[in-house]
Design a protein around this ligand. Structure first.
Ligand SMILES: C[C@H]1O[C@@H](n2cnc3c(N)ncnc32)[C@H](O)[C@@H]1O
Ligand SMILES: Cc1ncc(COP(=O)(O)O)c(N)n1
Ligand code: SF4
Ligand SMILES: [Zn+2]
Length: 520
């Protein structure tokens, strides 16, 4: 039996302060030494508010109320819900854009009526690209306290949603602690807990699965991965691959279909599943159970056959008023990435795409946060709405707290790079503020504006820890004499002084800068 969590990381991010607008929408204000400030999107909840009291036992304050209808149904009815208004402020966009995107199914707001602790957020290509962090124990390692800290730690660094993918001990209790203390939406894969109950994939039944889904809906899970696109006829296609089926849920369902030689109970009971999720406004994340697990298998027939089925299911769910997003690959070389987005949009009615990476090559275990961030930046630029992070431990072991931070920061980079390329209205503000601080040798401001201020500061401290170095016009990379930015300042001064002299000369000599153009 795991012990209850006693402690999580709290306190503001270095150089920042949490502020709230009149409707309680949180923002992180980065205070700068030149007297200005920059406000940035904040996923971290009360944990980074220096004035908040955290009581893990009691959970976070409940901030929302339930409703009989889903966000999708209400958006279609022309209603702007409090959740839509909240995310419009967070994103800096008109409420009407949020409502119309949700109504069209191009965006989702995952917010189970029974998870009132979470702060509403929107996932869709018209909005800032989001990132998800996977956490959870396995049969081999980890406990409740570690997992709750991973959730707080992931959201501190910018995770927009967290998936609890626990498959080990105390699955229900671990999820309860995470849900009651999470400021972001929580996703799960219910088939994992269903399998835990029956032990063997063959023993799974629709009834056990359905009851597990209801249990998780009641607890407050905001979105659920459902691998209902793995059909009996797809299984032979995947058997021939280089790496078979790498999705856990996909492999469980394929094993069940083969053992019983029957069609998937998720597919056959999909309509009932929609009715259950609708009651709580739980969002479907239609699982990519046949995603490629290697470059060799990318965009193959198994993957595309499943995607077509997910498109069919999307239309069924939407007709029932349930919000839907679509999970995507996996391992895909760069030249095959755009095709994934194009087909997903075409076949799945532009439902928000939620991709795992993709890894652009298979050759760097230990660095798969990087192989996957390369693919993630590209697929996000092409229109993916949310990126599921990959940590340095991918393919090697369960990520720990440090891996979680590396994964989150790496994916914030990919998501932000895509926001810039897509021309998101506020994205470049932060780049400009940081570049200005860098060029003006305001080292403290450069650290504060960084995605990871602690690492930036500690790297600078390694060679130049003294306070005077924090305004010095060089760092240890080039040293004072070869600092190109310092030299640039001198060039700029000389050019400006020279311009002033030249201007005075010109005026004195009666010269004109622009000659009249003949005929004008
Ligand atoms: C679908 C993705 O989820 C990741 N994954 C599966 N279980 C866990 C866990 N407990 N913690 C973190 N990541 C996990 C896998 O590494 C895969 O990349
Ligand atoms: C983007 C994405 N895809 C899939 C899964 C589920 O994991 P699995 O399919 O291995 O059960 C996930 N958590 N996120
Ligand atoms: S990550 Fe490890 S346990 Fe999971 S599929 Fe790969 S080898 Fe198996
Ligand atoms: Zn992989």
């Amino acid at each position: 039996m795991s012990t209850a969590p006693q402690h999580v990381t709290t306190g503001p991010i270095d150089g920042s302060r949490k502020i709230y607008d009149e409707d309680g929408v949180p923002t992180r204000r980065i205070e700068l030494t030149d007297g200005t400030h920059l406000d940035v999107y904040d996923t971290s909840g009360p944990y980074t508010d220096g004035t908040a009291t955290i009581d893990l036992e009691a959970g976070l304050p409940r901030r929302r109320e339930g409703h009989a209808q889903t966000q999708l149904e209400r958006a279609r009815n022309g209603e702007t819900t409090p959740e839509m208004a909240f995310v419009a402020v967070r994103e800096g966009v008109p409420e009407e854009l949020v409502r119309t995107e949700v109504a069209a199914g191009r965006a989702v707001i995952p917010a189970n009526h029974r998870h009132p602790e979470s702060e509403p957020m929107v996932i869709g290509k018209a909005f800032a690209v989001k990132i998800n962090a996977n956490i959870g124990n396995s049969a081999v390692t980890s406990g409740i306290a570690e997992e709750v800290e991973k959730m707080v730690w992931a959201t501190r660094w910018g995770a927009d949603t967290v998936m609890d993918l626990s498959t080990g001990a105390d699955i229900h209790e671990t999820r309860e602690w995470i849900l009651r203390n999470s400021p972001v939406p929580i996703g799960t894969v219910p088939i994992y807990q269903a399998l835990e109950k029956v032990r063997d994939p063959e023993q799974l039944t629709w009834e056990v699965y359905r009851d597990t889904v209801i249990e998780q809906c009641e607890q407050g899970v905001d979105y659920m991965t459902v691998h209902a696109g793995v059909l009996l006829r797809h299984v032979p296609l995947a058997a021939r691959r280089m790496t078979g089926i790498v999705s856990r849920g996909g492999s469980i369902m394929a094993a069940w279909c083969l053992a019983h030689h029957r069609e998937s109970f998720l597919y056959e009971h999909f309509s009932e599943l929609c009715d259950i999720l609708r009651r709580y406004d739980v969002t479907f994340s239609l699982g990519d159970g046949l995603r490629p697990g290697s470059i060799a298998d990318a965009n193959d027939e198994a993957q595309l056959a499943e995607l077509r089925t997910l498109g069919e299911l999307t239309h069924i769910a939407r007709a029932k008023g349930v919000q839907v997003m679509i999970e995507g690959p996996g391992h895909v070389p760069m030249h095959k990435i755009a095709e994934n987005v194009r087909l997903e949009e075409e076949w799945c009615g532009e439902a928000p795409f939620y991709t795992l990476g993709p890894l652009a090559t298979d050759i760097a275990p230990g660095y798969d946060h990087i192989t996957s961030a390369i693919g993630a930046a590209q697929i996000a630029q092409a229109g993916t709405a949310m990126l599921c992070y990959v940590t340095p431990k991918e393919h090697l072991g369960l990520p720990d707290r440090d891996d979680v931070k590396v994964g989150v920061i790496t994916y914030k980079i990919a998501a932000h790079a895509a926001d810039l390329a897509k021309g998101h209205p506020r994205a470049q503000e932060r780049d400009d503020a940081l570049s200005k601080a860098r060029f003006e040798f305001r080292w403290h401001d450069q650290f504060r504006l960084a995605l990871d201020p602690d690492t930036a500061r500690s790297f600078h401290d390694e060679t130049l820890p003294a306070e005077p170095a924090k305004t010095a016009h060089f760092c240890s990379m080039c040293g004072p004499k070869f600092c190109s930015m310092r030299i640039s300042h001198e060039i700029r001064d000389q050019v400006e002084a020279g311009m002033a002299d030249k201007a005075a000369e010109f005026a004195a000599g009666g010269h004109r800068v622009y000659l009249p153009v003949a005929g004008s």
